[in-house]
Design a protein around this ligand. Structure first.
Ligand code: FEO
Ligand code: CA
Ligand code: CA
Ligand code: CA
Length: 660
């Protein structure tokens, strides 16, 4: 049986945002609610009363929050492009005076000796292991110190795969018990198309190109050996039949967004890893919060690609005959931030357990002048939370080696957005806020491996699918995209509140906050809504589809990034064939002024794509943007070549700063 390509792809897209069961076990759920009530009656009420009380209407009113008054806007100089409404639009459009050219596509050579991509997708898994993976996502440019604006490493996440990976799509055989068997060669190739690419890029004769056979070229895949480090490393919950130490793991998957540290490392984040595993024992599943709270698959096969039919590591059904119950803990070894040094191709990536286990979108790093660091993460599922990690030690600029394991010790916090515009960071620490043995937390490893369950207990605010987080380069204000949430106001555990103010929220919003006293390690903040995405008030759309955008219209903000001059770049991920998005055209990248909130459309992508991932050289004159899963034939755009996820290079024809 060959699966219908379109059906498989759609299924996968749908799974990208499936909500996870907040608490499958009734007893735990009851305990959580009891604890929440007790907490709300006690310390929270006291805490709120001690804050300045602002009217709740402030969250929708521009400039009503005095903390934003001093913000300087960045010049946004381009003439916006119109939305691309044509069903067959298969290109990338940027403003007049700019050029956009395909730079790095799925299948392009990465590692020395790699062969060029074959148009019929007949490259085998060994070839794919040296070539670019699919579904380019988060990305960062690392300059070489001697010529930062002309030579660098571009590090690119590959989130998942499409049926285009194989000549005839995903194939499988149906077995008597209803499960499917995948061909091993396909699964191996799929595993090699996940992970990260590191390429060397160089500007010569005024043109950027990829350095062929660079010694820095590297592919990290679903099979690359790496370490588990930090407080949970070595915990029983991380041990498997294949790794009795709980400290060694193969690979990283579903690498969505990222982070870039000031000490020169890249952080790749593991997002929808849960769909790659299956636990077929319903009783065990119901008891095992490490599985059910994250939505690991049940029933016949893992939800994505049925890798479990080829690779036993992805079958997380407990096996009593095996040490550590076989691979039952393998899913616990995913959902982490993975750190590596792109300048050292031999280095082993490290999964930093101190940052907690999430369906992790991003790990945005900021620091103050004294070297205090904060790392912000969104957990992208409906009704999940926003997190902040503060390393125990400071980052040392004068001793870069001292930062090597900075992310192994520190405090993980989760955000509470009160309706009055105040916010709190609550620490996920054993013994605090009910994180005790009575609630099933016996060690800090329990807390970190079950960060979601811990956040439930401390009373975090369920958000409308937190995606990327961006920090303004000078003010330190933090912005998060909440992409959409059709369950808002429709599920008892996701009531409408001030930060998530629209029932049946199909367009999403951007929320921003300022940490108390502008300290990155503050435990309190003030927040407001930067904008609600969606239709213009005059469009006649129903209230829940009407936004507050000052400028060009869009839905479902996802990628979010500040350039060094303080322009806010917003990338979208909506169904461009959904009726409510018809007027917005294809997915896009926009540029917003944090002061005036004016939004201008900078780029529109090919039909069917998502725009995600953006970085520039330090001088801002070269920008790379990812076009993920284009639907037609981009970048060939010839209506016959299979479409490929592609990194696009954008420059200004007069050589100026992109966006200025
Ligand atoms: Fe991979 Fe939440 O986007
Ligand atoms: Ca996506
Ligand atoms: Ca995303
Ligand atoms: Ca998204």
């Amino acid at each position: 049986m060959t699966r219908n390509d379109h059906g498989f792809h759609q299924e996968m897209e749908r799974l990208d945002d499936v909500p996870d069961n907040r608490s499958n076990s009734p007893t735990l759920k009851d305990r959580v609610q009891q604890d929440r009530r007790r907490f709300l009656q006690g310390s929270l009420a006291t805490a709120v009363a001690s804050f300045f009380m602002a009217p709740s209407s402030m969250v929708l009113a521009a400039s009503s929050n005095p903390s934003y008054a001093g913000l300087t806007g960045a010049k946004i100089g381009f003439k916006p492009v119109p939305p691309q409404l044509a069903a067959d639009f298969d290109s990338v459009v940027v403003p007049e005076g700019y050029s956009a050219r395909p730079f790095f596509s799925w299948g392009d050579p990465v590692v020395r000796g790699a062969s060029p991509w074959r148009q019929d997708a007949s490259d085998d898994w060994q070839s794919q292991a040296l070539q670019a993976g699919q579904n380019h996502d988060g990305m960062a440019y690392f300059p070489f110190p001697e010529s930062p604006n002309n030579r660098g490493l571009l590090v690119i996440n590959h989130e998942y795969i499409n049926p285009t990976l194989h000549p005839n799509g995903f194939t499988s055989t149906k077995l008597a018990d209803g499960s499917v068997q995948r061909p091993e060669a396909e699964v191996r190739k799929e595993q090699m198309a996940h992970g990260v690419s590191v390429i060397e890029v160089h500007k010569r004769g005024g043109e950027w190109h990829i350095v062929k056979d660079s010694s820095f070229g590297r592919r990290i895949t679903a099979q690359t050996p790496m370490q588990l480090t930090g407080p949970a490393a070595g915990a029983d919950l991380l041990k498997t039949a294949s790794d009795s130490t709980g400290k060694r793991v193969l690979g990283t998957i579903n690498n969505c967004s990222m982070g870039q540290t000031p000490w020169g490392t890249y952080l790749t984040c593991e997002e929808n890893w849960k769909n790659y595993f299956v636990n077929r024992n319903p009783d065990d599943y119901a008891d095992r919060r490490e599985h059910h709270r994250y939505g690991v698959a049940q029933n016949l096969n893992s939800k994505n690609y049925a890798w479990d039919s080829v690779d036993a590591r992805f079958n997380a059904t407990p096996d009593e005959s095996q040490p550590h119950l076989g691979q039952v803990n393998e899913p616990n070894r995913f959902g982490w931030v993975v750190e590596f040094d792109p300048f050292d191709p031999e280095s082993e990536p490290k999964k930093r357990t101190a940052l907690g286990r999430l369906v992790r979108e991003c790990a945005t790093v900021t620091h103050d002048k004294d070297g205090r660091v904060a790392i912000y993460s969104g957990d992208d599922t409906r009704g999940e939370y926003v997190y902040k990690f503060i390393p125990k030690d400071r980052y040392q600029r004068s001793n870069m080696k001292a930062n090597a394991d900075l992310l192994d010790e520190g405090t993980l916090y989760v955000a509470v957005f009160h309706d009055n515009g105040e916010g709190e960071w609550r620490a996920l620490e054993l013994g605090r806020y009910g994180l005790t043995p009575r609630n099933g937390f016996h060690s800090q490893a329990d807390v970190l491996i079950n960060a979601r369950a811990a956040a439930d207990i401390v009373g975090a605010t369920p958000m409308d699918r937190p995606e990327w987080i961006a920090v303004h380069p000078s003010s330190g204000e933090v912005y998060v995209t909440l992409t959409n949430n059709k369950y808002r106001g429709n599920k008892p555990d996701q009531p409408v509140d001030a930060a998530n103010p629209r029932k049946n929220n199909l367009h999403g919003q951007i929320v921003r906050w300022r940490e108390e006293d502008d300290r990155v390690d503050a435990t309190r903040f003030r927040w407001e809504i930067f904008l609600l995405a969606g239709d213009k008030p005059e469009s006649g759309a129903p209230e829940h589809l009407t936004g507050t955008i000052n400028g060009d219209v869009f839905s479902s903000p996802d990628g979010l990034w500040f350039d060094p001059q303080g322009r806010l770049w917003i990338q979208t991920d909506y169904g461009d064939d959904d009726a409510q998005n018809a007027n917005m055209g294809t997915n896009q990248m926009l540029c917003a002024d944090p002061k005036t909130r004016e939004v201008k459309r900078f780029l529109a992508g090919p039909r069917g794509c998502e725009v995600t991932g953006v970085t520039t050289t330090p001088d801002g004159k070269a920008m790379w943007v990812n076009i993920q899963h284009p639907g037609l034939s981009y970048p060939a755009s010839d209506r016959k070549t299979r479409a490929r996820s592609t990194t696009v290079l954008i420059t200004k024809t007069d050589g100026g700063v992109v966006g200025s």
